[in-house]
Design a protein around this ligand. Structure first.
Ligand code: NAD
Ligand code: ZN
Length: 338
């Protein structure tokens, strides 16, 4: 799989990159939604000379954009504009746009280049990096997709200025996740700063990119990024509408509790995280009746095999263990303790 070049120097860095010879024949199509059209596109085209003449496609924002119908509309536009193998898709948006635009690029003419310019915190720290592209299909999220890494990912944290608070919180949770499984110092910074520094966002992005390099196709070490997600997916589905990031934040609390029981995580890590999380979100209480309905959701999680529930747990901050098998009774006990 090809590798992405990550540009930490924002739009200025992208402007320089696109002046290089390898982009000389490129013809760009920028994919935006209503919000990134308004808040991000003016800056992009004023700062990156190569994109001033780019074509534009606007798609619906959020999950709605990740459909085969929307992908088909983008392919249609590319075709009408005489798209060829020099066409380059520029994804200007959150994880939804990066996933959809990457998917479109992966299939068009058997794979053309794309550039991710993430505009949400979640996309900067997570979704824009790592080569996974997807659409939703048949009611199942991300069920059709390709590994097709962006040629370039540009991190421009200035775009976060217009991002709604809830979206910032979503992204923050996934950042905490990456830090928890890779780097105790970075985790500590996230727990103790009230204002998010651009360099912290970039550091988390760097961590994600390191893990992806070690396991691009998600067969082994990359599974650590599912920390909090086995519980998180069940919580997200059971408690709808709950944003994914918030559910993962609560899922991590569950996983830390279980880690304390099974893999020797220090109790203080769990209690400190619980205190931090309580300040950010309302943690739901589940009774046994709720939990019986959540158990099948845990069993269906994609990481399970042979009918067991498997979780990523922590030995300590920065040291995760994948594929720990967890019994229904342990799940019940954990969810009761939230
Ligand atoms: N490919 C991967 O590895 C990966 C990883 C994690 C998540 N994802 C996917 O990412 C998607 C979620 O991404 P997301 O959380 O970035 O949400 P999103 O892309 O749906 O964006 C959330 C909202 O913020 C708006 N927005 C974006 N940038 C803005 C800005 N700068 N100012 C104001 N508004 C802005 C968008 O228009 C949208 O309404 C999901 O579909 C998920 O499956 C993919
Ligand atoms: Zn997630």
């Amino acid at each position: 799989m090809g590798k992405s070049k990550i540009i930490y120097g924002g739009l200025k860095g992208l402007d320089q990159e696109l002046r290089r010879a390898e982009w000389a024949d490129a013809r760009y199509t920028i994919v935006v939604d209503e919000n990134t059209f308004n808040h991000c596109l003016p800056q992009l085209v004023s700062k990156v000379a190569a994109l001033q003449e780019a074509e534009l496609v606007e798609i619906p924002s959020g999950e709605e954009g990740k459909s085969i119908e929307v992908a088909s509309q983008v392919w249609q536009t590319l075709t009408e504009n005489g798209g060829d193998r020099n066409t380059v898709i520029v994804n200007l948006g959150g994880g939804s746009i990066c996933d959809l635009g990457g998917f479109v690029a992966a299939a068009y003419k058997r794979g053309i280049r794309h550039i991710n310019i993430p505009t949400t915190l979640l996309a900067m720290a997570d979704a824009a990096i790592g080569g996974k592209t997807a659409i939703d299909f048949g009611g199942i999220k991300n069920s059709i997709g390709f590994f097709h890494p962006a040629s370039v990912v540009t991190l421009e944290t200035g775009f976060l200025d217009t991002l709604p608070q809830e979206e910032l919180l979503n992204g923050m949770m996934e950042m905490v996740k990456t830090a928890a499984v890779t780097d105790a110092n970075l985790y500590d910074i996230l727990m103790h700063t009230s204002t998010l520094e651009p360099k912290t966002v970039k550091e988390v992005a760097r961590m994600k990119s390191r893990i992806v390099k070690a396991d691009p196709y998600d067969h082994s070490i990359r599974h650590i990024l599912n920390f909090g997600h086995t519980f998180g997916h069940a919580i997200e589905q059971y408690s709808t509408p709950m944003p994914h990031g918030i559910a993962v934040g609560i899922g991590m609390l569950a996983a830390m509790y279980l880690s304390m029981r099974k893999t020797g995580l220090d109790e203080k890590v769990y209690t400190d995280y619980r205190d931090w999380l309580r300040r950010a979100v309302e943690i739901p209480h589940y009774d046994l009746r709720d939990i019986e309905q959540m158990l099948p959701l845990m069993h269906h999680d994609k990481k399970n095999s042979h009918g067991e529930t498997r979780c990523v747990l922590l030995q300590e901050l920065g040291a995760a263990i994948i594929d720990v098998s967890v019994s229904d009774n342990e799940i019940r006990d954990t969810l009761l303790h939230l």
